[in-house]
Design a protein around this ligand. Structure first.
Ligand SMILES: Cc1ncc(COP(=O)(O)O)c(C=O)c1O
Length: 416
C-alpha cells in the first residue's frame, strides 16, 4: 500500500492527521482499516517473487511489516523529520527523506538499533540518567557482548565534552532529554556537534518531549528513539516503539533485517491505535503542558514540598536550554516531599482522582512514589545515587480539568 505523499510544508497539526494515510482506502473508508492479517496473498508466483526480492512493493508476512505499521511509521517520520526535510529541500537536496520504523516496544526499538550499530569490542558513551530499562539493557546485555558503556556523570555539555575527548574511539553517543527523574535537559545541538567531530552518531530518546515539543533531527541528532507507549499512543492502551532517522538508506537493510529476524513488530491493531493517538498529539501536548505548568507552580509554593523539578520553572537548571530547544516544557513533574518516605506512602494512599501507576504520557494523570514502589527493592545507597530520594514523587500530568487536579493534590498533601 502506498501512503499519500504529503507536502512537508503542511503544518504539524495537518501532518498529525493526514501524513501516512492512504487515499483512497479500502471501501473508501476515510481512515485506513485494521489489516488484521498475519500473511498476504500474491497475485501470481512471479509477482510474489518480485515482492520478496524487493523489486515490487507489497506485504509478505506480518513479522516483516503490515499496512498499519507503514501508516503509523510514515506519520512519525513526517512529524520528526519535517523541519530537517524542509531545510534540506531549501538547500537543494530535494530527494532528502527521513524514515521511521515501528517496533513492539520502546525497549525493542533501542535493542535492535544498538545491536545494529554496534559490534563486540565497541565502546559507547551514555548519559547516566536514562530510563531504567535502557540502563539495564546497556549494563547487562551490551556488556555481555563485550560492548563497553562509558557513563557521563551529568547531562551538561562540559561533561559530554570531557567524556568524548577521553574516549574518542567510541562508536556512538546516547542521551535522553528531558530525562528521569530530575527532567535533566541535554543540549542536543551541542552534543551532536561534539559527537560529529569524532564521527560518532548521536542517538536521542525523545519520548518525554515528542516531536511536537522537540525535533532532535533538526538539532543534529542522527537517530531518534520513542517509546510510543507514552505520549504518541497517548491513551495508555498500547506498548510500542519507533526508530526515526535519515540514515535508514545506508543502514536500512541491516536494521530492517534485524527487526524482521528478532521479530519485535507491533500488531496491526496496536499500530492502528498509535495512528489514532497521533492525530490528537498536538492538542494533547498543549493541554499536558498547560496543566503541568500550573501544577509545577502550585507545588513550588506548597509548604510540604521542598523541591520541584520541571523544566518550565525558572528554578530548573535546564530551563534556558529547554526554552531554546523545546516548544514548551512537557507534562512530567518530579517533586520532593519534606516528610520523606512516610509522606510519599501517605500521599499515594490518599489520592482520589489521580491514578497510582507507573508509565506516563496518558490522558489520565499517573502518580508514583519510586522509593516505596518501583525502586523499593533497590538498596538505599544505590537508589540515592540514582537521584531517587525518599520523598521523590513523579507525576505524569494528564488532561483533566486543572481545578480537579489541584483539589486532589490539596487533599492528598494535607494528609502527609
Ligand atoms: C524515556 C523512555 N524510553 C524508553 C522506554 C521504554 O519503552 P517501552 O516501555 O515502550 O519498552 C521508556 C519506558 O518507560 C521510557 O520512559
Amino acid at each position: 500500500m502506498k501512503s499519500s505523499t504529503l507536502n512537508p510544508n503542511y503544518g504539524f497539526n495537518t501532518l498529525s492527521i493526514h501524513a501516512g494515510e492512504p487515499h483512497p482506502c479500502s471501501q473508501n473508508a476515510h481512515v485506513a482499516p485494521i489489516y488484521q492479517s498475519s500473511t498476504y496473498s500474491f497475485p501470481s508466483a512471479e509477482e510474489g517473487g518480485q515482492i520478496f526480492k524487493g523489486e515490487k512493493e507489497g506485504y509478505v508476512y506480518g513479522r516483516m511489516g503490515s499496512p498499519n505499521m507503514t501508516i503509523v511509521s510514515e506519520k512519525v517520520a513526517a512529524l520528526e523529520g519535517r523541519d530537517l526535510i524542509l531545510a534540506k529541500h531549501a538547500a537543494g537536496e530535494t530527494d532528502f527523506t527521513v524514515e521511521a520504523h515501528a517496533f513492539s516496544s520502546g525497549m525493542n526499538a533501542i535493542t535492535t538499533l544498538m545491536l545494529t550499530l554496534l559490534k563486540p569490542g565497541d565502546t559507547i558513551i551514555a548519559q547516566s540518567s536514562l530510563y531504567g530499562g535502557t540502563v539495564g539493557l546497556f549494563n547487562n546485555l551490551l556488556t555481555k557482548y563485550n560492548i563497553k558503556v562509558v557513563w557521563v556523570a551529568h547531562g551538561t555539555l562540559a561533561a559530554f565534552e570531557q567524556t568524548i575527548a577521553k574516549f574518542p574511539e567510541a562508536k556512538l553517543v546516547y542521551c535522553e532529554t528531558p530525562a528521569n527523574p530530575t527532567l535533566e535537559i541535554v543540549d542536543i545541538e551541542g552534543v551532536a556537534n561534539l559527537a560529529h567531530t569524532h564521527n560518532m552518531p548521536l542517538v536521542v530518546d525523545n519520548t518525554f518531549a515528542t516531536p511536537y515539543l522537540q525535533r532532535p533531527l533538526a538539532l543534529g541528532a542522527d537517530w531518534v528513539i520513542h517509546s510510543t507507549t507514552k505520549y504518541i499512543g497517548g491513551h495508555g492502551v498500547v506498548v510500542g516503539g519507533m526508530v526515526v532517522s535519515p540514515y535508514f538508506k545506508t543502514l536500512s537493510d541491516e536494521l530492517l533485517s534485524n527487526m524482521h529476524n528478532t521479530g519485535g513488530v507491533p500488531s496491526p491493531f496496536d499500530a492502528w491505535l498509535l495512528n489514532m493517538g497521533l492525530k490528537t498529539l498536538p492538542l494533547r501536548m498543549d493541554r499536558h503542558c498547560d496543566n503541568a505548568e500550573k501544577i509545577a507552580a502550585y507545588l513550588e509554593n506548597h509548604p510540604k514540598v521542598s523541591k520541584v523539578w520541571y523544566p518550565g520553572l525558572e528554578s530548573h537548571t535546564g530551563h534556558d536550554l529547554a526554552k531554546k530547544q523545546m516548544k514548551r516544557y512537557g507534562g512530567m513533574i518530579s517533586f520532593e516531599l519534606k516528610g520523606g518516605l512516610d509522606a510519599g506512602i501517605k500521599m499515594m494512599d490518599s489520592i482520589q482522582l489521580m491514578i497510582l501507576a507507573v508509565s506516563l504520557g496518558t490522558v489520565d494523570t499517573l502518580i508514583q512514589h519510586p522509593a516505596s514502589m518501583t525502586h523499593a527493592k533497590v538498596p538505599v545507597d544505590q537508589r540515592h545515587a540514582a537521584g531517587i530520594t525518599d520523598g521523590l514523587v513523579r507525576v505524569s500530568i494528564g488532561l483533566e480539568n486543572i481545578e480537579d487536579l489541584l483539589t486532589d493534590f490539596d487533599q492528598a498533601l494535607a494528609k502527609v
